[in-house]
Design a protein around this ligand. Structure first.
Ligand SMILES: [Zn+2]
Length: 209
């Protein structure tokens, strides 16, 4: 399969992670026994379970009973879905909006499933390029559509808080396949729709350009 599955049946190791967070706090020069930090290791361990829950989603269960046959042959577009992910290089958040479109080839998927597919891949350690491709790959394999397009517009805290400190910088990635690549009119229609969307982060101007 083009999508990776991992730790599906694993028990979440809260205690072990908490011990490491506690050690990290000490190494940072903090006193992990002081009042404000006493519960931090266990909180962080539970938080990571949530932020990486995409590894433990079963893709077959996710789409279960949500595929339907349809004669509809126009574009299906779900735009401006917010997402939150973790950059695998710094473990800092990157977040913004995802736009997903496909042109069916006899099969459609329930609307509520598309945000869940996004979360399944976003809630992992990621790079934006791979996240974009994994969403497109998954839809291609499940729907065998005439075409699929995925665009992500995101701000990366590792570029904003540290390093180059470019507060305005956002990264835009896009994958277009099948009819979205071949049919220029369709591609322009897709671009026109996603250009009308707001910024993924309120303090940053603009949308996909
Ligand atoms: Zn990073």
């Amino acid at each position: 399969m083009a999508w990776e599955r991992a730790h599906v049946d694993a028990e979440w190791p809260v205690e072990a992670i908490a011990e490491h967070i506690q050690a990290l706090l000490s190494l940072l020069g903090e006193d992990p026994t002081r009042e404000g930090l006493q519960e931090t290791p266990i909180r962080v361990a539970r938080m990571f379970a949530e932020l990486t829950s995409g590894y433990r989603v079963d893709p077959e269960k996710l789409i279960n009973e949500a595929l339907f046959t349809s004669d509809y042959d126009g574009m299906v577009l779900v735009r401006s879905m917010e997402f939150y992910s973790l950059c695998e290089h710094h473990l800092l958040p990157f977040f913004g909006t995802v736009h997903v479109a496909y042109v069916p080839n006899g099969k459609i998927i329930g609307l509520s499933k598309i945000p869940r597919i996004v979360d399944m891949f976003a809630r992992r350690l990621q790079v934006q390029e791979r996240l974009t491709e994994q969403i497109a790959n998954f839809l291609e394999e499940v729907l065998e559509p005439k075409g699929v397009a995925v665009a992500i517009d995101a701000a990366h805290l590792c570029a904003i808080m540290r390093g180059v400190r470019k507060e305005q910088a956002r990264m835009v990635t896009q994958v277009v396949r099948g009819v979205f690549r071949e049919d220029l009119n369709l591609r322009q229609e897709w671009r026109a729709w996603i250009q009308q969307t707001a910024s993924p982060v309120p303090w940053l101007p603009g949308g996909v350009s």
